[in-house]
Structure formats: C-alpha cells, structure tokens
Design a binder for this molecule. Sequence first.
Ligand code: SAH
Length: 263
Amino acid sequence: MTARGPLKAGEPVLLIDRKKRRYLIDLAAGGEFHSHSGVLSHDELIGSDEGTLFRSTRGMTFIALRPTITDFVLKMPRGAQVIYPKDIGPILILADIFPGARVLEAGLGSGALSIAMLRAGAHITGYEIREDFLSRAVSNVTRFLGPEVLDRYDADIRDAYAGIGTSDLDRVVLDLPEPWQVVPHAQTALRPGGIFVAYTPSIMQVAQLHARLENSAFGMAQTTEVLNRGWHVADQAVRPDHRMVAHTGFLTSARLLSESPKI
Ligand code: SAH
C-alpha cells in the first residue's frame, strides 16, 4: 500500500493482537472482524491513524497498520508456492527493476513477485499456465496495489516455453520449473543489455540453466543464494535466532550481449 493518512474503507489492513497473531482484513463500512477474541467493528478503524490500538468486544487489544509487502505476501491467499521477501528483495536488485521497465514475468503463481516488481514501477507482461493461479495473482495484485495497477499488469494464460510474444523487453524474470526452455525466447525478446533472472529451488535446475546460457548470446551468468539469519535481541540476551529458513531457492542472472566473445 502506498496510501497515507487515516485508514480508509477499501484498504487492506493488518491487525496484530497482543499474542502477535496477525490478521489481514479489507476495511468496509459496516464490516466486522470476528475472531475468538471477540468482534472489532471496521467503522472504529476507518478514519483512525495507523498504529492505533483497538479493543475487541472481549477485551483483546489489536494494533492496526497498513501491511507492507512482506506482511501482505505472508498473509495473502496462496495457491502456488510464493517467492519469499528475503529473495524478492535481491531479485528486484539483480533484475535491476526500474520505473517503466518492460518486464516479462512467468509463471505468476500467487503474484508475490509481481506485487514487488509492480510497486518498483515495472510494466509487466505476465504468463501463467494455470487459470486458477492467474486469477489468484491478479486478485492479490489488485487487492494490494489497487485496480489502477492493472494498466501496467498484462497477465494472461500462456506457456512461456512456447515463446514470448513481445519484443524489446528490458527484463525477463522467471519462476517456473524449466527456465532453460525460455532462454532461446528471451534471447530474441530482450533488447541488447537486457537482464534475465530465474529463481529455481534445485541446484540441478541451476546446472541445466547454466549449460543452456553457455550456448546462447547471454553472458555474465551468475548464481547466488540468500541466507537470512534473524537475531534475538532482549536485554543481555543478544544472539542469533535458534532457527532459520535454510533453503528457498537459487537466483541466477545473465545479460544479453550483442557480440561474442562472451564475458
Ligand atoms: N513467483 C510466484 C510463484 C510462481 S510458482 C510468486 O511469487 O507468487 C510457479 C508458477 O509457474 C506456477 O503458478 C505454475 O503454474 C507456473 N508455470 C509452470 N510452467 C509454466 C510455463 N511453461 N509458462 C508459464 N507459467 C508456468
């Protein structure tokens, strides 16, 4: 959300209770939020500032805030496995997403990556093979960013392995099982200097992707993974968290060159 000022009807809002449980609701005039801690009327929230504390009918306190991308992605309805914020951030930088960037994204899944790239200003042509995921992605994107964003989100049922029906792209960003199948299409659809980024959970996929990039006009292929370790900070007890997410996926990027020899 990019809105400022008091909370308004129609906006998604994150409620956090005393036990740190989180709920995502869409504010509606006359609406009610029901949980086992009682009822909270939306009308109380509408017109209040972010960070305000509310009390339910059964005395539970809730803080209301506009959700960040991270809050929203972790709470939105998901069909496909989403890319988590720890990888979404680096993907935005690896793919060097900028306002107005012409991006081909496939597959769309639940729309987590779409949300982040759209908010960074990209114009996305999105391919997805499953109707249910396509509509999930579009509804998540619209719920978080508002319907105006659909001017920059051209999402369709389409198989990225079969080809890319657009040209002069700045970026191709992939989260699908066989990204190497898209390399020849990306090579003709990207402009020289364009960037290719693929997210893959398995290192076998990384090896196969590099083999294909090796025999293409792409250069500067590289792969990285992001490890994110939280810290527990409380008085004198300051130490790394006991648990962390050990693995999500690998990020592979490459740039389209117009001349060999490659670098
Ligand atoms: N990045 C997404 C998750 C994508 S999950 C997110 O952050 O929410 C992978 C998606 O790729 C699935 O929805 C799957 O249906 C889609 N997919 C698989 N093969 C595809 C293909 N050949 N073309 C387009 N989409 C494809």
